[in-house]
Design a protein around this ligand. Structure first.
Ligand code: AMP
Ligand code: MG
Ligand code: MG
Length: 196
């Protein structure tokens, strides 16, 4: 089965996030048991609050220049959809936690008056896969704990979307080698698209 790791980065600040919070990095990494690698990556220009806080730039490593030059969310979502249809139309999305597809994507679509795409109705949450399949797992395990629990070293920079997505792909590939079969964990979200 093919999986597609997605990990959004978004505008943020202390003590409160900007409202609306907006996607600023959209990465997707194919997890193909055949070893084929494919990646989609774009920064995204926030339109409601175009200036990134210094807190956000420090957390994510994303610069003002990178988002200033990037397309806005509707264009990136369209480019992603073209890439996805060409590359892996049948892949199940895998994420770290439920925030990306249960919260951030629907809010971004609502802001831009777009329909939430069908591919985002179901996904496998790596944290839930870990909690259900590993004795040391709990639904509070961090990305670092999960990686060391399955025996994978995290690479790159935490909170860089593309590095996070590549690490999710590495962890889930290892889980599959260890016998885990990733399935839709968002059953609460979509009746009729269950864990078949
Ligand atoms: P992550 O995938 O863990 O890098 O987080 C995704 C997004 O959640 C980030 O781009 C931030 O908008 C927000 N976020 C993550 N961690 C924090 C944090 N410690 N403080 C504030 N916002 C955060
Ligand atoms: Mg994340
Ligand atoms: Mg991230």
């Amino acid at each position: 089965m093919r999986l597609l790791a997605i990990d959004f980065e978004a505008t943020c600040d202390e003590p409160y996030n900007p409202d609306p919070q907006e996607v600023i990095e959209f990465p997707a990494v194919l997890v193909d048991p055949g070893g084929r690698t494919a990646e989609f990556h774009s920064y995204v220009r926030p339109t409601a609050h175009p200036k990134l806080s210094s807190f956000c730039q420090k957390l994510t490593g994303i610069t003002q220049g990178q988002v200033d030059l990037a397309p806005p969310f509707p264009d990136v979502l369209r480019q992603f959809e073209e890439w996805r249809l060409k590359t892996c139309p049948d892949a199940l999305v895998v994420t770290s936690g439920n925030w990306d597809l249960a919260s951030m994507l629907p809010r971004a679509c609502a802001q831009h008056r777009l329909e939430v795409p069908k591919w985002a109705d179901r996904w496998a949450d790596m944290k839930q896969l870990y909690a259900e399949n590993y004795p040391r797992g709990s639904d509070r395990s961090t990305q670092t704990e999960i990686a060391s629990g399955v025996g994978v070293a995290l690479e790159g920079r935490l909170h860089s979307g593309i590095d996070d997505a590549r690490n999710i792909a590495r962890v889930v590939r290892r889980m599959m080698e260890q016998g885990v079969i990733p399935e839709n964990t968002a059953l609460w979200r979509c009746s009729g698209c269950g864990g078949e």
